[in-house]
Design a protein around this ligand. Structure first.
Ligand code: ZN
Length: 253
């Protein structure tokens, strides 16, 4: 793992957050939103355990600029494979939970893919560029380290993997899990696997820190019609970029 190690208590907390993010239990805390009176600038004041959303020093997303890149990260090794999955529209995003079997390795650290979901616009920026869509692939190590891999999209050609998944996305945000046929997460990955890495947080309350972010440099494409279809399923759901507070960014090839 390139940079960050965390105390055990935090691992437990992060594991809980991941569980909450990926289950209907999150429904109880859905009063936060991405805009308006319950938007990101109000999250920290909504309840005591959201305080990090305001005073955290390692928050996500960020704008990755060349000025902040000053370390080298290890190459990523993907071992994603086809597995049974389920899909849910929880009102904030559409999320696909995938059965065990897909791994990401950084150096000697093995991470298990748990789920992926969608953000419009993309959240993290590259040299100031805002992307219309990002996918977050959430992984967890045995010790509980959370690692979020970001795939950025620009508008352009139709995306084949998206064309396969879009018809299966639940139109209603009823939080019901629907079974999917086996799905291969590798079909989303770009040919180029160069990436940026930084220490960040969950991008929604409680904004827990200790999440390692990996942002792939090569954006994918999707068509304007595909983007419009996603916009019909959930509202804009990206947190604004957060201050770096002196953090550095690593670059891996
Ligand atoms: Zn996300």
């Amino acid at each position: 793992m390139p940079s960050t190690r965390f105390p055990k208590k935090l691992f437990a907390g992060l594991a809980l957050c991941l569980a909450a993010l990926s289950s209907a239990a999150a429904a109880d805390k859905l009063h936060w939103q991405y805009s308006g009176d319950q938007g990101p600038e109000h999250w920290a004041g909504m309840q005591p355990d959201y305080a990090l959303c305001g005073r955290g020093q390692r928050q996500s997303p960020i704008d990755i600029t060349s000025a902040s890149i000053n370390q080298t990260a290890k190459p990523l090794q993907f071992d994603y494979r086809s597995a049974p999955a389920s899909i849910v529209n929880d009102g904030h995003t559409v999320r696909v939970r995938i059965a065990k079997g897909s791994q990401l390795t950084i150096g000697t650290e093995h991470l298990s893919l748990q789920q992926f979901h969608f953000h419009t616009p993309g959240g993290d920026r590259l040299q100031g560029e805002e992307f219309p869509l990002a996918m977050h692939f959430l992984h967890k190590s045995r010790s509980g380290q959370l690692v979020s891999l970001v795939l950025m999209f620009r508008q352009g050609a139709e995306n084949k993997a998206m064309a396969g998944l879009l018809p299966q996305m639940p139109a209603r945000s009823d939080k019901a899990e629907h079974k999917l046929p086996a799905i291969d997460p590798a079909q989303w990955l770009p040919a180029e696997r160069g990436y940026y890495s930084y220490a960040g947080s969950l991008t929604a309350p409680p904004c827990t820190e200790g999440v390692l972010w990996l942002v792939l440099k090569q954006p994918l494409q999707l068509s304007s019609a595909q983007l419009a279809s996603l916009h019909q399923l959930f509202p804009d759901n990206a947190r604004p970029v957060q201050p770096l507070h002196g953090r550095s960014v690593s670059e891996g090839r």
